[in-house]
Design a protein around this ligand. Structure first.
Ligand SMILES: [Zn+2]
Length: 209
């Protein structure tokens, strides 16, 4: 694709995605975090606490996927996103994933907060747009995994690892309750497309309750 995000460097693509997500209300203020693999063992991730509408390439740190150690940081004092553990969990579970995007949208909060207590998944609606999550059935019965929110992000990451190791999800996406969506893809453009499609689906679900 001529203008694919995959033609850019990982950090340049993430800067573009951050501006776009901020403008669309999916990464307000400093909320949300984005990552892309540099190679099999390392990925770039947003620095903690930076306004998502104004990132540049120096607002990403290179971390080691295995343990989260910082390998490269353009600015002294920058720390990797507090939610880096979730990105590490996804890259460990999905070796094919090249990018992982996490936002905090109103629709993601509404839909996940309304789910019954202890629900572990939400059934996706049978609408055309679920094809954008690679579900190619006439009347799909596909679930979007749901995880409980806690301030202890490491616990969310552990739970994602535990559950997905037993049963890989039908879609490359998950929700954390009253918090937001995380989506991954084999490339930056694919992850971006999936995130955009998921936000459409969440908007539909929020309005059709
Ligand atoms: Zn978050």
């Amino acid at each position: 694709m001529a203008n694919s995000l995959d033609r850019l460097s990982a950090r340049a693509a993430l800067v573009e995605i951050a501006r776009d997500f901020h403008a669309r209300g999916w990464m307000h203020g400093t909320a949300g975090n984005l990552s892309a693999r540099e190679d099999a063992e390392h990925f770039w991730v947003t620095a903690s606490g930076q306004p998502k509408g104004r990132l540049d390439e120096s607002d990403f740190l290179l971390v080691r996927a295995a343990d989260g150690a910082v390998i490269e940081s353009a600015r002294a004092g920058n720390k990797p996103s507090a939610e880096t553990a979730i990105h590490r969990a996804i890259y460990a579970l999905a070796p094919e994933a090249r990018a992982c995007l996490h936002g905090h949208s109103v629709d993601a909060c509404l839909v996940s907060a309304r789910a019954r207590p202890k629900a572990r998944a939400l059934r996706l609606p049978q609408i055309e747009m679920v094809k954008g999550l690679d579900i190619w059935e006439q009347k799909p019965k596909a679930d979007l995994p749901l995880f409980e929110n806690t301030l202890d992000v490491a616990r969310i990451a552990e739970e994602i690892g535990r559950r997905f190791r037993k049963a890989p999800p039908a879609v490359s996406a998950l929700l954390v309750r009253a918090h937001g969506a995380t989506v991954w893809g084999r490339g930056l453009q694919e992850a971006y497309n999936r995130f955009e499609v998921l936000e459409f689906i969440l908007g539909y679900m929020a309005r059709t309750r």
